[in-house]
Design a protein around this ligand. Structure first.
Ligand SMILES: C[S@@+](CC[C@H](N)C(=O)[O-])C[C@H]1O[C@@H](n2cnc3c(N)ncnc32)[C@H](O)[C@@H]1O
Length: 490
């Protein structure tokens, strides 16, 4: 399962001394494990585990004392995988209410590889006993019908394209690139029917969103029937495979920005291209252009200010490849004074691309700009804003592809922290996939890529912790896939 963005910690997250890693239960165990933690016989919701301890959520925030010892039992798939003694090590406030209680094990340890094995065994037993009917019977017929339509469409397209590709390859070479011609013909014919299938599936999938069991069953069936056909496409392979632990990594963003036919077969290239044309993918490109425009407008505005100190300061949080920066430089080419960009990401490979591309562009046009890349997590910035070696306020701060993963309380805290970094007159622009939409089925069900789609009201709520003097509005970027919350400091 994908890691949450709050767990991606950048360089400072790694400790110098070995400490057994704590793993969130929802990332470690299967969807069916149903972990049960019994502390002196009472069941609690297990939060995370490490080799030498567990933490759990308790509605009662006051009844726990550090140092108290308890009997601890952990069950998976209703079977005991650990039984021993534990001692309360820490009590912290819960996510919303109550407490999170951390227990250190006394004289025993959690054998995580063995626990994972037990989880797999439990799953195997359940799967063999229930078979696919158990799940089929829980998924609404309307969604199953749309999924069948998708499966048939993909298998049919693959067969047709594979056959023609083999036929063209066997023919002696003639004028023109026959395979490129085949891909173009297929794209023209398949684009609209495949888009319509995905819209229909999204509309049918709304019915399962309120029921976690049915949602998981529907995702499972999609991952079993639809995802494997598409896994030949580089976009699907990377986003579903999540080699860095989450779907929207820098490589996936590069696929979006490239917007090209990529893959080892005509079928793979055609459906990869249709994937990067999907409204939420195409929206990544239009939102990038929208941010470049905002950056230009803010730059102009800054230069008109009589008190401008000569350096226009811009920060991007969760910057990925920072295509906005290289595009800004390529379009503007030169300016009086200087521009200083601070690019922040928890992924050093993303920063390396961001630095390289933007630096190359600066060199190419000979413009006066400085790039500073920070390998940090926003979680660390919220906890300790002094980690940002930014001595003066920022004139423009933006984040795209980040808030879509943050729950409201965390997002509100981050908006406040960013607002505090803003210079008077400065602007914050925060993108988020918009709700409701007809497009969520493909990322959520085919790619297991969960996002928090927000309404206009939910976007405005993200600014709830700001002073009243902050001016805000919500705009839709031209691709109509992402909202932007715009906040000006006065
Ligand atoms: C979907 S990508 C968007 C990249 C870029 N903003 C764009 O639109 O092209 C999300 C980025 O957020 C970064 N990210 C995820 N969690 C983060 C965290 N906790 N702190 C900082 N960056 C994070 C990822 O490494 C990734 O590069």
């Amino acid at each position: 399962m994908a890691k949450s963005y709050e767990e991606l910690m950048g360089a400072l997250g790694r400790a110098v001394f070995f400490r057994p890693e704590r793993r969130r239960v929802r990332d470690l165990l299967s969807r069916d494990a149903q972990p049960q933690l019994l502390v002196d016989g009472n069941e609690f919701s297990l939060f995370d585990v490490s080799m030498n301890g567990v933490s759990f959520l308790s509605a009662d925030a006051t009844g726990w004392r550090v140092g108290t010892e308890f009997d601890v039992v952990l069950r998976l798939h209703h079977r005991e995988v650990f039984h021993g003694r534990g001692r309360v090590a820490r009590i912290e406030p819960g996510l919303r209410k109550g407490a999170r209680v951390a227990i250190g094990l006394v004289g025993g340890f959690l054998d995580l590889p063995e626990i994972l094995h037990q989880d797999e065994e439990g799953q195997l037993e359940t799967d063999l006993a229930q078979g696919p009917e158990y799940w089929r019977s829980r998924i609404p017929a309307a969604l199953q019908e749309e999924m069948d339509r998708a499966v048939q469409f993909l298998h049919f397209s693959r067969r047709v394209l594979d056959r023609s590709e083999a036929r063209y390859r066997a023919r002696p070479a003639r004028d023109g690139d026959a395979l490129a011609g085949l891909a173009d013909r297929a794209l023209a014919q398949l684009r609209e029917p495949w888009a319509e299938i995905q819209r229909r599936a999204s509309r049918a999938a709304v019915a399962v969103l309120g029921d976690r069991e049915v949602l998981l069953a529907s995702k499972r069936l999609t991952e079993m029937l639809v995802t494997p056909v598409l896994s030949a496409c580089p976009l699907v392979h990377r986003a579903y495979g999540k080699p860095l632990g989450y779907a929207g990594d820098y490589q996936v963003m590069q696929y979006y920005y490239n917007n090209a036919l990529e893959g080892d077969s005509v079928f793979a290239r055609v459906f990869h291209k249709l994937g990067v044309e999907h409204p939420l993918s195409a929206g990544v490109r239009t939102r990038k252009d929208y941010v470049v425009r905002l950056m230009e407008e803010e730059h102009d505005r800054f230069r008109e200010r009589p008190d401008a100190d000569g350096v226009f300061r811009v920060a991007s949080l969760g910057c990925g490849p920072a295509r906005e920066v290289s595009d800004f430089i390529a379009r503007r080419r030169g300016w009086p004074g200087s521009v200083a960009w601070t690019l922040i990401d928890q992924e050093d490979e993303a920063l390396s691309i961001a630095y390289n591309d933007s630096h190359r562009q600066l060199m190419a046009v000979g413009a006066n700009g400085a790039l500073s890349c920070l390998h940090l997590s926003f979680v660390q910035i919220i906890r300790d804003p002094s980690l940002l070696p930014i001595e003066s306020g920022q004139h423009f701060v933006f984040a795209t592809g980040l808030f879509d993963y943050l729950t409201e309380p965390i997002a509100q805290g981050l908006v406040r922290a960013l607002f505090d970094e803003l210079a008077p007159g400065g602007l914050i622009a925060l993108g988020n996939a918009l709700a409701p939409n007809d497009h969520f089925w493909s990322p959520e069900f085919i790619l297991d890529w969960t996002m928090l789609y927000r309404t206009r009201e939910e976007m405005l709520r993200l600014a709830q912790r700001l002073p009243e003097s902050a001016e805000m509005k919500v705009e839709v970027e031209p691709g109509n896939a992402y909202y932007f919350l715009l906040i000006r400091k006065h």
